[in-house]
Design a protein around this ligand. Sequence first.
Ligand code: G3H
Length: 254
Amino acid sequence: MASEGRRPLVAGNWKMNGLRSSIATVEAIRDGLSPALLDKIDVLICPPATLISSCVAAVYGTPIAIGGQNLHARPNGAFTGSISAEMLADLGASYVIVGHSERRAYHYETDDGVHAKALGARRAGLRGIICVGETMEERQQGRALDIVRAQLAIGLPKGATAADTVVAYEPVWAIGSGRTPTPQEIAEVHASLREMLDKLVGEEAHRIRILYGGSVKPSNARELMKVENVDGALVGGASLVAEDFLGICRAYEE
Ligand SMILES: O=C[C@H](O)COP(=O)(O)O
């Protein structure tokens, strides 16, 4: 449950999905969110970079935010194919996902690289969503907490605040698998991350949001979003379908 004044954030990560026709999904999400719900929660959509401009236009005049899924740590330069935080901000993005496990696994991103990217996001005025999460093997070895705490300790920039940082706990084995940890397991990890945040940034730890991600759906969102220290969701597959994403947002209606 989001508490201590932390405003819940429901974020959709479209990953490598979406063509120009997908703007209709953003429009349906926009039109399906009531003003009363938008008073209670922040909503973010992270489409592929190719769609950021048109998504920004589609949500213009609403509180819905648009974000990137990745960035290069440097502001500019000879880095063919890369996109900087400044470029994302220039398009109207206000958040960027940093260190998603798919980036770590398929693009060999390290915790130090995550740190550099999070600094890049802050430099450009973007909020970085720093992702951490253990593999099933690491969980079975009893190392889940050690893994996510170390990822956070290295990835988080010094002096991080709620204005520039969100943390997302995404167990690798729960992503796209239909499996989720139990509410107790999620509570244990989120409490441990909150405690690590406290060590790293002191009082500000209580203002930084910690999202849960991994197979969040309308059918489990209510239960998962109620867990202590869960301040919202990072949603993959279900964010591609407007009604599913809206169903997750509506977990905060009561
Ligand atoms: O960034 C989102 C996560 O990887 C979760 O993906 P999923 O909801 O498809 O499991």
